[in-house]
Structures are given as C-alpha cells and as structure tokens.
Design a protein around this ligand. Structure first.
Ligand SMILES: Cc1ncc(COP(=O)(O)O)c(C=O)c1O
Length: 377
C-alpha cells in the first residue's frame, strides 16, 4: 500500500528532538522555528510533559465520554484560569477544523440562523463548514460549497456594517483569526474586532475567535484577539494545546446552554489528551512562557525590521511573518538546507516563524545571523 500523496515533503527524517532543536537521521542538528506548524508550544520532549504523559499512559490511556474523567474538569479549571475566562465552558475535541466546525454549529443552534461571515485570506480548516469558511476555492470540494458563507474584506469596518445592515437578522456568526496565519500573518485591527463585538451584540450574532494558530499564548496574550479589550463568544483552539498530542477545544461563553447530545466526539477529552494539555498549561504558567513569547518576539521583530531586503515584518510575539522581495524566494529553502533552520511559509513570499514559546534570545540570535547570510547570498 502506498501513502496517499498529498504533502510536498522535504527529504529530512527527524529522529530526535529537544527544546527548540531537532536532529535528522544523520545526526545533523536543526533549529526549529516552525514548531511543526505552531504545534510545539513548550518545546520538544519537555521533561514535565514526557513524565506526565508516561505516568498517565501507565494508569489509563483512553476511555470514552460515557464515564467521569476528572482530568477534563482539572483542564477546564486550569484553562479558565490561564486564559482569564473562568466563567466560560470547555468542550474538548481533536483538531482545529473540528473545533471551528463545532463553534459554527453551536452558534447556529444558539440563534437558529444559517449565515456566517468569514474574511478574505481566512483559513479555518478542511472539514465541511470550516473549509467553506476558508478563502481557498482549490480545497473546497463541490459537496462543501454553500451559500451560507459570505466573505468580506479583512479589517473593513464599513463592509461589515453594511452586511449587518442588510442581513443582520440572518447572521449566525462572524468567524475571524486574530492574526491570519495561512493568509500571511495579517493582524485583525483592534477597532475591527471591537466592531465585530458591537455588531454581534446588536444583532445577537455569535463572535467566534479562531485561536487555533494565533492563540495559546503565542502572542504574549493567551488569545491574541483579546488585545482589542473585548471578549469573543467562542474561542477555538488546537495546535499548541497538546504540544503535539492531538487535542483541541472550544471555550464557550456562559450564555450558551448545553443539552445532552448537542455536541460530541469519541476521542475528544480522553485521559492522555487531557494529561498532555494539563502539562502544557502547567509549563506555560510555571515558566512564564507568555511573557517570554512577548519579549523574544518583540526582539526578533525589531531586529528583522532593520534588514533593508525585508519588505515588511508583521505579527506579534512569536507569530511573525517576514515578507521578502520576490528575488529572495530562495531564502526559506536556504535556511533549511544550508543553515539548518526550520521555518514556515505563506504567500506571497512570506517566511512564517512559529517557534516554541520558550525560544531563547540565543536561539533568536542564531536565526538572525543565519538570516542575514541567507538574504545576502
Ligand atoms: C487558523 C486556523 N484554523 C484552523 C486550522 C485547522 O486546524 P487543523 O489542521 O488542526 O484541523 C488551522 C490549521 O492550520 C489554522 O491555522
């Protein structure tokens, strides 16, 4: 049997990993500023994480949501505390797309409506409604197509107000990334997020903050959207939540009332997944990783802005986009194969940095030295 070949692969096999470094099968060391796509939040093979998962695996790895799982309650408490949303409710699932799918479904259950506002450049996942709300027709299959989604220009308050004026009573939800990731590290402005909040309040629509990539402390705030000083009704999260163990969740405002069977999943919130997520939050808290992400990120952004070959540096904390001039399209590959540094990418010609939140200033300096060589080559 062959693998179903959907991923363009780099010819590298990772056999060892620790902190912000990985090693390939030949023993070559790499600096990891990609974190397996924003997933490695507390560093590879973090000792506390490995210990907590190992201990849990030796007790019980999995049982379904038909029994009490106290680890879920502990996780909800900890997440409420670290995110500052102690009165919100937690539903656990397995991936970012599934989190968004559930958030959209919950919004529609809540106000009985069908229309969803999404934005140009958005990425919300690959399942049916999540992919329909994703601005990339190439990955939307005919069966996913729906009239329920309207795409508006990102950060355009007037277009949003006009849409609400026309269809406000039909709009179930507005879904938005705090910082668009796949879209090229583009930040939603404070006033745009505030406008979403006020229009959703006025029309009883649901504000969904897709925090799958930009959340979980990466920008120095637990949810990047919160820099606007207003709460979302539902926050969706995944990637950094389990440091590589598949777990996702939605944080749901108190006004939503659950009933048995409303949402559900077989694997969501299992013992191992909760142990992984608890270990991540414990490390984030104990090692003050949100502060570190803000500080090391600010340093990187400031230094990167000094390079004249860089068109623009965007982002906040450790979610950084470096837009390069077209002739520097080779830099990402050179960073990987000549300087042994993993980074991510986005179009057009944007290098994406999504490292672990405990990236050190020395790691950042190592990158800056290599980056300077790569853009001058
Ligand atoms: C903002 C955002 N939302 C949702 C998703 C989908 O997450 P997953 O791949 O876990 O389904 C992603 C994945 O890249 C993402 O960046």
């Amino acid at each position: 049997m062959n693998l179903y070949d959907v991923y363009p692969l780099n010819d590298i096999e990772i056999t060892k990993a620790a902190g912000s470094n990985v090693w390939d099968a030949n023993g070559q060391q790499y600096l990891d500023l990609y974190g397996g796509h924003a997933v490695i939040s507390i560093g590879h093979t973090n000792p506390h994480y490995v210990q907590r998962l190992t201990e849990q695996l030796n007790k019980v790895g999995f049982y379904s949501n038909s029994i009490k799982i106290p680890l879920q309650v502990q996780l909800a408490e900890k997440l409420g505390q670290v995110s500052g949303k102690t009165d919100y409710q937690l539903f656990l699932c397995n991936s970012g797309a599934e989190a968004n799918e559930n958030a959209l479904k919950l919004a529609s259950f809540y106000n009985g409506r069908k229309k969803v506002i999404a934005f140009k450049g958005a990425f919300h996942g690959r399942t049916s409604l999540a992919v329909a709300a994703t601005d990339n027709p190439k990955i939307v299959a005919p069966v996913n197509e729906t009239d329920h989604i309207t795409f508006l220009p990102f950060n355009d308050e007037q277009a949003l107000a006009d849409e609400f004026a026309k269809h406000g009573k039909e709009i179930a939800a507005v879904i938005i990334e705090g910082i668009q990731g796949v879209g090229g590290i583009k930040e939603a402005s404070k006033s745009f997020l505030q406008k979403i909040r006020s229009l959703c309040d006025e029309y009883n629509a649901v504000y969904i903050a897709d925090s799958v990539q930009c959340g979980y402390g990466r920008t120095g705030l637990f949810y990047s959207h919160d820099w606007a000083g207003v709460n979302a009704d539902i926050y969706t999260m995944a990637k950094g939540m389990g440091n590589g163990f598949p777990i996702a969740g939605i944080s749901i405002a108190p006004k939503f009332k659950p009933w048995h069977g409303q949402l559900g999943t077989t694997f969501g919130g299992n013992h191992l997944a909760c142990a992984a997520a608890l270990a991540v939050l414990e490390v984030i808290e104990k090692d003050n990783l949100m502060k570190n992400a803000a500080e090391v990120g600010a340093y990187l952004i400031e230094e990167l802005k000094k390079f004249e070959q860089v068109k623009e540096v965007r982002g906040r904390g450790l979610m950084i986009g470096i837009e390069l001039r077209e002739e520097l399209a080779h830099v990402k590959k050179d960073l990987l194969f000549k300087h042994f540094i993993f980074t991510g990418e986005a179009k057009p010609n944007v290098i994406r940095l999504l490292p672990a939140l405990n990236l050190t200033k020395d790691n950042a300096d190592e990158f800056l030295v290599a980056f300077e060589k790569a853009i001058k080559a």
